[in-house]
Design a protein around this ligand. Structure first.
Ligand code: ATP
Ligand code: MG
Length: 585
């Protein structure tokens, strides 16, 4: 898979509302096949959601919303031991944060009784049997892509014996792994998923929702198909790796036939849940793959467990909570998913496409402030000692509705150290000895003297402010090449600033599949912490308030650590794509 550049992504993405899934939905409504659209998002609560899930969420919730239907959030909790309530709570919070709400919250475990009865029905119909082969033996019998499988010696067990054994499996009489319920389909099928796939296994593990009520658990395929059928899902959207499972999905839906067998799901009604049994349709789309990102929950969990990052919400993580803490916006993520589009073509999207969408949203929504990250003192020597005044700045250059704010100005300022060069390189338009520059919102200063310490390090610049160039006066029109941001030194508020870069040094960190190798690509520079200075109007931000710090980038008041008395800001993204330049793209 090659990596798509931003331009290719823009060119290839069908307008969001023209993709093939929405076309199917439109056709189904037009033909009267469906009168309402019902979708679901079915994460397994074995970790937190990541950027890839944002695509699945926006698609299923978005389509339901656009076509006046609804979308359920269903926790696919059929693997006890790997799942826990902390992840359930986190998933709910993340879906809400992205801007979506569910029609109903369901758990696959709400239907355990339905699955069990469905399995009994399949056994009764001669379509499932209890197998005593071990997992290893079953694998050996399964055959390969080029060789058919062999029938298990237990395949022809009489129905009555199968019913008895399955009931005893449910009663907890047999140890883990000693028996499996399998669908009786076709051991010679070209699609290996149809070679008598497992439907139930014995697993005596406490479940996050049902506790110790069940010693047996349904396999993904039957649980997923019947959950969709129970909820009346019309369009079951999932990623391409499930394409080969679709025949089994349909097999489960058709042979169990929930709409025709109310006795199978009476328990759900008795539990007070609405049941709408119907025949769902599975449609697959390509996964979202993003360069510099990890979209395997197992690996994300490993980064947390081995302390390569400071938790699931570390701003370097591409989990939704990591991106949130980093300051990424829900609207920016939704824009990204829209721009990436929906297709059946697998590709890797360049990370800069995501950053571009976040910038686009923040440019419109983030108020402006001034901050200095690497301070150099600038003294305006023609202002009196102790001089101080209050200037008024617009909060947004393109949108008056953001209002204005007061910015203190005085004789001593902080400017960025890199905005001064004693020996300026070619094309340097900022401050140099004897040179002039505009101080944003103030006027033009000339650098008269460079003050150094004993080692020759520059400690201050003594400058003269041209009184005729002050903002609002006719002389303010005078042209100089550079404009610098600044903060008033006596008024500035000290802040911690955390600068984040990409977590990996290479675009495809996951491609090394053998063991731990992918960890060698971790970028040790991905987090840097600085002491910096803020104008007062930035310090009293609420947590998660986002600003553009002029000329520096977009920053957010850290959701966890920020206090007005002790501000902490995270850099969300720079103003331009500096990465592409460094990497020599
Ligand atoms: P993992 O295998 O790492 O645990 P998963 O893909 O199995 O992750 P689930 O919780 O099962 O995670 O996913 C819930 C839904 O999100 C599924 O329908 C899945 O297809 C979809 N999904 C997961 N990853 C992506 C991705 N990268 N792009 C688009 N959709 C995704
Ligand atoms: Mg999964």
């Amino acid at each position: 898979m090659s990596i798509q550049t931003p331009a290719q992504t823009a060119a290839a993405s069908t307008p969001a509302h023209q993709d093939f899934i929405r076309q199917i939905v439109r056709d189904d409504l037009a033909s009267g096949r469906h009168h309402a659209i019902h979708t679901r998002f079915p994460p397994e609560p074995n970790g937190y959601l990541h950027i890839g899930h944002a695509k699945a969420i926006c698609l299923s919730f978005g389509i339901a919303r656009e076509f006046g239907g609804w979308c359920n959030l269903r926790l696919d909790d059929t693997n006890p031991g790997r799942e826990n309530p902390e992840f359930v709570a986190g998933i709910k919070e993340d879906v809400h944060w992205l801007g979506f709400d569910w029609h109903e919250l369901r758990h696959a475990s709400d239907y355990f009784e339905v699955f069990y009865r469905a399995a009994l029905k399949l056994i009764g119909d001669g379509l499932a049997y209890v197998d005593d082969l071990s997992a290893e033996e079953m694998r050996a019998y399964r055959g390969t892509l080029t060789e058919p499988g062999r029938d298990s010696p237990w395949r022809e067990r009489p129905v009555a014996e199968n019913l008895d054994l399955f009931r005893r499996m449910r009663a907890g009489e047999f140890p883990d792994g000693s028996k499996t319920l399998r669908a009786k389909i076709d051991m010679a099928a070209g699609n290996i998923n149809l070679r008598d796939p497992a439907l139930y296994r014995i697993r005596k593990v406490t479940h996050q929702n049902t506790g110790d009520a069940w010693p047996i658990y349904p396999m993904y395929d039957i649980a997923h198909a019947l959950s969709d059928a129970m909820e009346g899902i019309t369009h079951s959207l999932c990623t391409l790796e499930f394409e080969d499972h679709r025949p089994l999905y349909d097999w489960c839906v058709d042979h169990v036939d929930l709409p025709g067998h109310p006795e199978l799901w009476q328990s759900v009604v008795d539990a007070g849940l609405e049941a709408r049994p119907a025949k769902p349709r599975q449609i697959e789309f390509s996964r979202l793959n993003l360069s510099y990102c990890i979209t395997s929950k197992r690996k994300l969990a490993q980064l947390v467990a081995e302390h390569h990052v400071d938790g699931w919400d570390d701003p370097r993580m591409n989990t939704l909570r990591g991106l949130r803490r980093r300051g990424f916006t829900p609207a920016g993520l939704r824009l990204f998913v829209e721009r990436v589009g929906v297709s059946k073509q697998n590709s890797v999207i360049d990370y800069s496409v995501l950053e571009g969408c976040i910038r686009e949203d923040l440019d419109a929504t983030a108020p402006r402030r001034m901050a200095v990250l690497d301070p150099l003192r600038l003294v305006i020597i023609n202002l009196p000692e102790g001089h101080s005044e209050t200037l008024r700045f617009a909060n947004h250059p393109k949108d008056e509705s953001f209002g204005t704010r007061e910015v203190p100005f005085s004789r001593e300022l902080w400017i960025e150290r890199e905005d001064f060069a004693e020996v300026p390189p070619k094309g340097f338009h900022r401050l140099r000895p004897g040179g002039e520059v505009r101080l944003r919102g103030v006027g033009i200063v000339r650098c008269d003297e460079v003050v150094k310490d004993a080692d020759g390090g520059v400690v201050a610049l003594h400058c003269t402010l041209d009184p005729d160039s002050r903002q609002g006066l006719p002389g303010a029109e005078r042209k100089v090449k550079g404009t610098l941001h600044w903060v008033s030194a006596p008024h500035a508020v000290a802040t911690e600033v955390r600068l984040y870069e990409r977590l990996f040094n290479v675009a495809a960190p996951e491609s090394d599949e053998d063991g731990r190798d992918w960890l060698v690509h971790l970028n040790p520079e991905a987090k840097r912490v600085l002491k910096a200075w803020l104008e007062p109007a930035a310090a009293d931000a609420a947590p998660e308030q986002r600003y553009q710090f002029e000329r520096l980038g977009y920053f957010v008041a850290d959701r966890v650590d920020h206090r007005a008395q002790a501000p902490v800001f995270n850099r969300i993204v720079t103003l331009r794509d500096t990465w592409a330049r460094q990497a020599g793209h």
